[in-house]
Design a protein around this ligand. Structure first.
Ligand SMILES: Nc1ncnc2c1ncn2[C@@H]1O[C@H](COP(=O)(O)OP(=O)(O)OP(=O)(O)O)[C@@H](O)[C@H]1O
Length: 328
C-alpha cells in the first residue's frame, strides 16, 4: 500500500525587488493531503485551481521531498528509504518528454533499465516482454525520431514499466493522442490494474477518461483535498439535474407556455433553440425525470417527436459545478 499522510509542500521562490535586491516568497502547492493507493485499483487525482497534482506525483515518486507529512510505500519511507521506494514506483507522462529520440526503442529501454540497476540477460528478457506487450517488437531497432505519436506513447508505457513497479503514476497519459490510440491506452491501463494488480494513480484533463477508469476520485483545489469518493457517488451527492432533450418540428406559443409551466412544476428550467433545419430543440432540466409528462404534453398539442434523449450528469458536471462554487 502507498500511504500519503498529511503531506504539505511549500516551494520557495526568489523574486526580484528593484535592481539589486530580491526576496524569497513561499508558494504552498500541496496542503495537508492524505490518500492511499491499493493493488489492483485505479484512483484519479483531479484538480481545480493550480491544484498540485504534478507536485503530488513527484513527491510520491521520490523526485521531490515533502515539506511535512509522510509518504510510505509498502512500509518504506519515501524520503529516508528512497532507494527501496524508487524500485517500486514509476511514472508515465503524456506528451513526448522522457525519451531519447536519437536512440532506438530498445536502446531507450536499456538506458532506463540501467538506471534501476537492471542489466544482462534479465534486462534483455524484460525489454523483450515489454516490447511485445506494447506491440513495438518490430520497431525495436528503429530510432524513436521515426516513431509515430502512438508508438512513442507505447514506448513511454514500456519505459514506465521497465522496473515492474507496483505503483504507477500516469500524468496526462493520453495528452495529444488520437481517439483510437487513446482508447487502446485506456484498455491497457485497465489491464495493468485488473490483470497485473498494479496500483495506479491517474491525472487527466479528459474527465470522461477518469470516469471510465477510476474506482475512486480525489478532487483537489489549491493543494487541498475537497472531495473523495467513487465517481458515481460524487455525481449522486451533488444532486445534479438530468437534462431531457427533445426535437420537434414546430413550436406554438401555447406549447411554449405549457413547456415553461412543466419545467417550473419540476423545479427546473427549459431552454429552446431553433436549429438550422427549422426544427426546435427543447432542453428541460429539473430534479426529476420529466419524460412521461413531457410526452403527454406533446401528445396533447399533437406535436410529433423527432428525437428524444436524456443526458445523465457526469463527473465533468461535478468538476464544473465545484469549480463554479470555488470561483475558478
Ligand atoms: N518549481 C516550482 N516552484 C515554484 N512554484 C511551483 C513549482 N512547481 C509548481 N509550483 C506552483 O505550485 C502550484 C501547483 O503546481 P502543480 O504543477 O503541482 O499543479 P498541477 O495540478 O499539476 O497543475 P497543472 O494541471 O496546471 O499541470 C502552482 O501554483 C504552481 O505555480
Amino acid at each position: 500500500m502507498l500511504i500519503v499522510e498529511n503531506v504539505r509542500k511549500v516551494y520557495r521562490v526568489k523574486e526580484k525587488k528593484g535592481w539589486f535586491s530580491q526576496k524569497w516568497t513561499e508558494v504552498e502547492a500541496v496542503s495537508d493531503l492524505s490518500f492511499r493507493m491499493e493493488p489492483g485499483k485505479i484512483i484519479g487525482l483531479l484538480g481545480i485551481n493550480g491544484a498540485g497534482k504534478t507536485t503530488t506525483i513527484k513527491m510520491c515518486s521520490t523526485l521531490l521531498t515533502p515539506t511535512s507529512g509522510s509518504i510510505t510505500v509498502d512500509g518504506y519511507d519515501a524520503v529516508r528509504e528512497d532507494r527501496f521506494v524508487k524500485s517500486k514506483v514509476n511514472m508515465i507522462a503524456g506528451g513526448e518528454r522522457m525519451l531519447y529520440w536519437r536512440l532506438t526503442g530498445r536502446e531507450n529501454l536499456q538506458y532506463f533499465g540501467s538506471l534501476y540497476g537492471l542489466r544482462g540477460q534479465s534486462l534483455q528478457t524484460r525489454i523483450d516482454t515489454l516490447l511485445l506487450q506494447v506491440g513495438l517488437m518490430e520497431a525495436a531497432d528503429t530510432p524513436v525520431e521515426r516513431y509515430s505519436k502512438g508508438m512513442k506513447q507505447r514506448l513511454q508505457i514500456a519505459r514506465g514499466l521497465i522496473n515492474d513497479p507496483r505503483y504507477l503514476f500516469l500524468d496526462e497519459p493520453t495528452l495529444g493522442l488520437d481517439a483510437p490510440i487513446a482508447r487502446q491506452l485506456r484498455k491497457h491501463v485497465k489491464e495493468l490494474a485488473s490483470e497485473q494488480g498494479k496500483a495506479i494513480l491517474l491525472t487527466s484533463h479528459y474527465i470522461h477518461e477518469v470516469e471510465e477508469l477510476c474506482d475512486e476520485v480525489y478532487i483537489i483545489d489549491k493543494g487541498r483535498l475537497v472531495a473523495h469518493d467513487t465517481p458515481t457517488n460524487l455525481i449522486q451527492s451533488l444532486n445534479l439535474e438530468t437534462a431531457l432533450h427533445v426535437t420537434i418540428p414546430t413550436l406554438s406559443d401555447a406549447l411554449d407556455h405549457d413547456l415553461r409551466q412543466l419545467a417550473m412544476r419540476y423545479g427546473g428550467q427549459r431552454q429552446i433553440a431553433e436549429t438550422d433545419e427549422q426544427t426546435w430543440e427543447i432542453t428541460l432540466r429539473g430534479d426529476n425525470d420529466m419524460t412521461t409528462p413531457l410526452l403527454s404534453l406533446l401528445a396533447a398539442h399533437s406535436s410529433p417527436v423527432l428525437q428524444l434523449h436524456t443526458e445523465q450528469p457526469s463527473l465533468e458536471d461535478v468538476i464544473l459545478h465545484m469549480a463554479d462554487r470555488r470561483g475558478a
